[in-house]
Design a protein around this ligand. Structure first.
Ligand SMILES: [Fe+2]
Length: 184
């Protein structure tokens, strides 16, 4: 698994380097949060690390090509290039694929690991740290477009939270962000 993680890190950070998305601090934020939640819940930390690294690995490419809605499929395709070559077992491969596919939320998660990746992704917009990082390092767009994107993403990610202690931790920060967005 360690060999696969080395490859996954290489892929995620080289895509970020080439396409500026997701910015490194934001990628690190969700990866670290994912690992922290996985430890707390006794989930497989390596799978969650792979999932959080790879879930948006093609987002930068997708944005450049105006295909934002396709970024999940594109990220899966990129990750599959690594998974096909890897010697990790089939169950682990399938779990990593589901982490990517389900990172925006589903009614019923395939695994605890895929649920954690989705919840870790929410920190990118619903935590104050993530919110400020988005404003600081986020995509090249007008201020008005950025505020519109934030409004959409904050609602989407708040609704995607499924782990009670994550909701509890993020709830006060979510309230502050909503107050802020009202006056932007
Ligand atoms: Fe995504």
């Amino acid at each position: 698994m360690e060999d696969f993680l080395i490859e996954a890190r290489k892929l995620a950070y080289s895509e970020t380097d080439k396409n500026d998305t997701p910015p490194v601090p934001i990628l690190n934020l969700s990866t670290n949060k994912g690992k922290e939640i996985a430890q707390k819940l006794g989930a497989n930390v390596d799978i969650v690390e792979a999932g959080t690294l790879l879930m948006d690995c093609a987002l930068g490419r997708a944005l450049k090509e105006n295909r934002r809605e396709e970024h999940v499929k594109m990220s899966l395709d990129l990750a599959n290039e690594l998974l096909i070559k890897s010697t990790i077992n089939e169950d682990e491969k399938e779990n990593i694929r589901r982490c990517i596919l389900q990172h925006h939320g589903v009614d019923k998660f395939y695994s605890l690991e895929s649920e954690i990746c989705c919840n870790a992704d929410c920190y990118r917009f619903i935590s104050l740290k993530g919110f400020i990082m988005q404003a600081r390092y986020g995509r090249d767009m007008s201020f008005e477009e950025m505020v519109e994107l934030f409004k959409e993403k904050v609602d989407e990610k708040w609704n995607a939270i499924s782990i009670p202690f994550v909701r509890e931790e993020l709830s006060p920060q979510h309230k502050i962000i909503l107050e802020m967005l009202k006056v932007l």
